[in-house]
Design a binder for this molecule. Sequence first.
Ligand SMILES: *Cc1c(COP(=O)(O)O)cnc(C)c1O
Length: 421
Amino acid sequence: MSETTATTAADLTDPAYAASLDEADPLAHLRDRFAIPDPDLVYLDGNSLGRLPLATRARLGQVIDEEWGRGLVRSWDQWIGLPQRVGDLMAEHLLGARPGEVALSDCTTVNLYKLAVAALDAGPEGGAIITDDDNFPTDRYVLQGIAEREGRELRLLHTDPDEGLDMDRLAAALEAGAVALVSLSHVAYRSGALADMVAVTELVHRAGALVLWDLCHAVGAVPIDLMAAGADLAVGCTYKYVDGGPGAPAFLYVRRELQAELRQPIWGWFGQEDQFEMGPRYRPRAGIERFLTGTPPVPLLAAVEEGVALLAEAGIEALRAKGVALTEYLIGLYEAWLRPLGFSLASPRDPARRGSHVTLHHPLAGLIVQGMAARGVVADLRAPERVRLGPSPLSTSFGEVHRGMTVIRQVAEDLRKERRG
Ligand SMILES: *Cc1c(COP(=O)(O)O)cnc(C)c1O
């Protein structure tokens, strides 16, 4: 009898099990720091757009009413240093970088362009660019555009869409002749596959090239140590796990030792030495500021500061532990409920090899995501035929994952009956 009870208590499909995980979760209280106007909604898309922190709503009210409404142009005294201040905060708590190595500016796409061109200008003449053929579209397009303009070779590494980067292919591509730049995503946007930043950086450096990391799906979810890896350059957005809101500015990182020799292609006045002297000739500022361009979106920059403060309060190691627990639980429910219904795992099975999202393949993924949305479960459809599930370590509960997986199972069962009937 007692044995039966013990088995039941460990049954992860039981909602009571989800409740016990929530009870034991040291970050559970942080869910209350978010605006959750519709408690029945299951939100598994925190890696497309993070939820709204309550502190951000208050901060935006202050920025709009007091700093802009009352202070007007006088508030630039406090706004002018914001891109570097928020950059330093991200460097310390999320990126493993030193003060003065990170700043916020533009969007990820534009930052990628700026840093890629800067790296190529400083590298061997005509050196090739390497990326992978499954990298995020904007990354591939930006690098294609640069390669075409400059007449450089772009080598695309063939990559398994579910398992991620193949180190042997990278090594072979590096050996195939002069390479100036390798640009890769730390966490793959579709599968969540996590690249080994230390091993890749070492390999790229041995070939005499620079490495540029896209951290969009990693920052705020997995610990990043740019300094320990010796990484050269990085970019990433702040509206996914950082919860900065739609259109929040992206960040860029340039290793301190490289800053003086790199020149970015957009010569804007925010990158200019003595900006307000309005001088005749562009002279880039000395530090990370030379990678700034024009006027930053101040309200959303303030929102990023609130998002980073919340992540810092939780601590990136605790966030990572929760991300692993959430995705392991999600995969456990997939094995119990969804695999028998024709789903397969389209992410690495080993949690050490993936970020904080999980992707499932199903031939009817499009209809399934539609059916989920109709029943209040938000996730992403990703081609080809994949459902991407992105719980956020700060704001997603285990109960929410359980409810979401219950709905996916119902939708898939209904589709199966319809097709048979
Ligand atoms: C989300 C994402 C982007 C977004 O770029 P934007 O310029 O902000 O639109 C870029 N790269 C990766 C890997 C992403 O996941």
